[in-house]
Design a protein around this ligand. Structure first.
Ligand code: GH3
Ligand code: MG
Ligand code: MG
Length: 464
């Protein structure tokens, strides 16, 4: 049993060793008498003194050796511990784990004993600590990235890139689920991304509501293999928010996914699900704010801002911009005769007809109850006239079946074009199209009038 004398182990050890040296020095003369040394010599004060001094010197040498051999290793351990402690104390974000690599913080293991064991344990501790700090910093970076995007498109794109990097996947996609429908929000290295929405593997994973890691045998020919290469493993990970599937992550790898990759996916999922839900809600709110509930096209308020944008762009680029104002003829009579519900159906049908008559990039705005405004970037006055005429004819030829009756309506259209007319603001621009439309009404309905010109297509007013 080692009774502590001072607060320092090596000092206690030194005291014990010196006491042992003195005891050995005192015992030595008695010992040598047993081997026949004359008592007078052995017990002579000088010999006694020399033995004690020799015992003390030996103790001092032992202390020196212990400090050098054992103490030096303990000092290295202590120095590295202080180094790591300092790093942890001053750690800011990811920097801590960058500075404390296993190389910079570990200890050389050069003995096969308790000191070697403790050095090895320390090194393992550092490795684990490094991994934990790295994972924490990684999660923090991921959260910051998510927090910086509210737009679903950008969020899905950035998230997919992060997931591909984190899991070393070769391709993948992020799908959003809305009312049972899947849509691809982002994809990378997938041949035909739309096949993902109907892929049975994905629907199976959605049914199970938990991650599916699917091993694909080498000889398995998967439909188009989803990807531009031949994956050996697929991960299909549902994104759940309050137990409801709001999205799906699909990752494809030519090599199996490691446990570490899957663990990162597990760590990312809860924060991703929150951000994904926020982005979907944001998108829905924006759509609600921008779109007309009956027809699904831009409402007047949002449409007005879009016209403003297009007008500014046309002025900057010196390009043409045309507006077509459209109003259904005798619509009140439709409502009065067949009821509001039928009137609504006609408004929806006309919306579809106009959408089919304009180009992608053109805007359609529900400007009033049964008034529509088409915005045609790049269209000159004659272009606008021909588009308006196409709309007029397509609407005229559209039939709504109501019981055994075939209902059809006509529309009157007015166009206004920049830069033909001297237009200073968009309200003036819209008023010009509106006035032209009013002229079309005045001159008999079911016709197109271009502002500033008397370009009128005359046709017999079609009664309801
Ligand atoms: P005109 O040829 O001069 O345009 O005659 P009109 O009867 O169409 O006259 P006006 O454009 O002033 O009529 C607007 C009518 O459209 C009045 C209203 O009952 C109807 N209306 C407006 N919004 C809606 C809607 O959302 N649904 C239905 N069913 N009717 C609507
Ligand atoms: Mg009207
Ligand atoms: Mg009308």
């Amino acid at each position: 049993m080692f009774i502590r004398i001072t607060k320092r182990i090596f000092r206690d050890l030194a005291i014990y060793m010196i006491m042992l040296g003195v005891a050995v020095g005192i015992a030595f003369p008695f010992f040598v008498v047993l081997f026949g040394v004359p008592r007078a010599t052995a017990f002579h004060p000088l010999f006694f003194g020399a033995c004690i001094v020799a015992g003390v010197l030996l103790a001092a040498m032992n202390i020196g050796l212990a400090r050098r051999v054992v103490g030096s290793r303990i000092r290295v351990l202590s120095r590295q511990m202080k180094h790591v402690e300092g790093i942890l104390a001053n750690r800011d974000g990811q920097e801590g784990c960058v500075r404390c690599t296993p190389e910079s913080c570990s200890i050389t293991v050069d003995s096969d004993d308790e000191l070697g064991d403790s050095a090895e344990s320390f090194n393992r501790l550092i490795r684990t600590l490094s991994e934990v700090l790295e994972a924490q910093a990684d999660l923090q970076r991921f959260s910051e990235m998510l927090a910086s995007h509210l737009d679903l498109d950008a969020l899905a794109r950035e998230t997919l890139q992060t997931l591909l990097d984190a899991t070393h996947a070769n391709g993948g996609a992020i799908l959003a689920e809305r009312g049972g429908e899947l849509t691809v929000e982002a994809s990378c290295a997938i041949n035909d991304e739309n096949t993902l929405c109907v892929n049975p593997l994905i629907h199976h994973a959605m049914g199970r509501r938990v991650r599916q890691v699917i091993h694909l045998p080498e000889d398995l020919a998967l439909d188009g293999v989803l990807t531009q290469y031949r994956p050996r493993e697929l991960v299909v990970e549902p994104i759940l928010y309050k137990q409801v599937i709001i999205g799906i992550i699909v990752l494809a790898g030519v090599a199996p996914f490691t446990e570490r990759s899957l663990a990162r996916l597990t760590a990312y999922n809860p924060i991703l699900s929150m951000a994904f839900n926020n982005a979907i809600t944001h998108q829905q709110m924006q759509q609600l704010a921008a779109l007309d509930a009956l027809t699904g096209i831009y409402n007047r308020r949002f449409g007005y801002n879009r016209i403003q944008e297009e007008f500014s762009r046309a002025i900057r680029a010196g390009s043409a911009l045309s507006l077509i104002m459209l109003d259904i003829d005798h619509f009140k009579a439709i409502n009065d005769t067949y009821g509001h519900m039928v009137g609504d159906k006609i408004i929806v049908l006309i919306t579809k007809t106009i959408t089919g008559a304009i180009r992608e990039g053109d805007l359609l705005i529900r400007y009033g109850g049964e008034e529509f405004l088409c915005v045609l970037p790049g269209a000159s006055q004659s272009d606008a006239y021909f588009v308006a005429e196409r709309i007029r004819i397509m609407v005229r030829d559209t039939i709504l079946k109501h019981h055994d009756q075939a209902l059809c309506v006509t529309v009157s259209l007015g166009t206004a074009s920049y830069p033909n007319a001297n237009i200073s603001d968009i309200q003036q621009f819209i008023n010009m199209a509106d006035d032209a439309m009013y002229n079309a009404k005045k001159s008999g309905r079911n016709r197109v009038v271009s502002a500033g010109e008397n370009t009128v297509l005359t046709e017999v007013d079609t009664p309801v």
